[in-house]
Write a protein that binds this ligand. Structure first.
Ligand code: SF4
Length: 371
């Protein structure tokens, strides 16, 4: 099984930490953009005719900012051009303040069965500070519209003037509002974003403070019954994001739209980040690809290790042997010994101990340049 990702690059305004491919001033191009996305799908139909997809993820940007009829047409185009498994997970990212009962009803009607909601923080002053267009009231209204449905809420840590009590409060709001999945991400101050200036001015919590926030967040999440299944992702039993699990298991996926990337048959393909160029390519019948790279065996192995060690299930030893023809515990015995206090090994898997997942990068690095 494989996944489909569709990038909708429009937003109401630009958040102060955002370096995603999103355009706050180009909503007027939504109709033409979506027509190009449908066309790009048609162009890939033949090549992917042997694939069965079981997840679809509509991300952005803010997919919920465009007219819902384009989302309905998008799902119809997916179903027309590709084989979707009966029980497919179909997720859409939505921002509080850009949804209505009518919008959710149409999403539901066309088969969307999972929602990812950008709460970020339940503290209005912090939402305003990071340039979000919604406030807590908007989030609560949105959660009300999603009552009884499968939805995830995003929570950010490491914001300016944020403390542990704010994070615990935000998690309580998300959990009590009915979310069955919570993603808790640390803010990354990217060069070129307004937040980067705060970072340079020393106004953001430092690494140790963020680590404390994360630990407190994990504890709070556990108190509401959310189990961690990946370093930043927590859910109620059985409510994992299947789309993201496919990424972390190094499954195949195809991406459509500006800035979308794909990994099919061990070839990573990235579309242009430039909206005009995307239009020009697709309208002239060409793929909008700016980079295509065949991943060699060593690259595949490094990705497999890195992605698997982000997850609570860890690296499946049998799967590793099937893919790479070697015994992981033998090949990496020296590295495993070096990190042994941070990891757990049994006959089935090799994984980072739960309490060290937040610093997984410093453990994973041992396995790179190792051979
Ligand atoms: S809503 Fe998301 S994609 Fe849009 S500007 Fe904010 S962070 Fe970026």
């Amino acid at each position: 099984m494989a996944g489909i990702y569709i990038h909708i690059p429009f937003c109401k305004s630009k958040c102060s930490y955002c370096d995603f491919t999103s355009f706050p001033d180009k909503l007027c191009y939504a109709e033409s953009y979506m027509a190009c996305v449908y066309r790009e799908m048609a162009m890939r139909e033949k090549e992917l005719s042997n694939y069965i997809f079981d997840t679809v993820y509509i991300g952005g940007g803010t997919p919920s900012v465009i007219d819902e009829k384009y989302i309905a047409m998008l799902i119809a185009a997916v179903k027309k051009h590709f084989k979707l498994a009966d029980n497919s997970e179909i997720t859409i990212e939505i921002n509080p303040g850009t949804v209505s009962a009518g919008k959710i009803a149409l999403y539901e009607k066309c088969g969307i069965n999972r929602y990812s909601v950008g709460l970020q923080t339940a503290v209005d002053g912090q939402l305003a500070d990071i340039g979000r267009v919604h406030n807590l009231k908007d989030y609560l209204n949105c959660a009300k519209l999603l009552k009884g449905k499968n939805f995830s809420a995003d929570v950010m840590i490491g914001l300016k003037n944020q403390n542990i009590a704010d994070i615990e409060y935000t998690i309580s709001v998300a959990a009590k509002s009915g979310a069955s999945h919570i993603s808790m991400y640390a803010l990354t101050p990217e060069d070129g974003t307004p937040v980067y200036t705060d970072y340079l001015n020393g106004e953001l919590p430092d690494g140790d403070e963020v680590a404390e926030m994360y630990a407190a967040g994990v504890k709070k999440l556990a108190s509401f019954g959310f189990e961690r299944y990946e370093v930043s992702n927590f859910c109620k039993k059985g409510m994992e994001s299947r789309h993201n699990l496919n990424y972390w298991r190094r499954g195949e996926y195809i991406g459509f739209g500006v800035a979308a990337s794909s990994c099919i048959n061990d070839t990573r393909v990235t579309n242009t980040f430039d909206l005009d160029e995307y239009f020009k390519c697709i309208l002239s019948g060409h793929f909008a690809v700016i980079n295509s790279e065949k991943i060699d065996k060593r690259g595949q192995e490094e990705e497999f290790i890195m992605l698997a060690l982000r997850t609570s299930e860890g690296l499946n030893l049998k799967r590793y042997a099937e893919l790479f023809g070697e015994d992981f515990s033998v090949k990496y015995s020296r590295q495993i010994k070096k990190v042994q206090e941070y990891v757990e090994v049994n006959e089935i898997s090799f994984k980072i101990k739960s309490r060290f997942l937040f610093v997984q990068n410093s453990i994973i690095v041992e396995f790179f340049n190792a051979v």
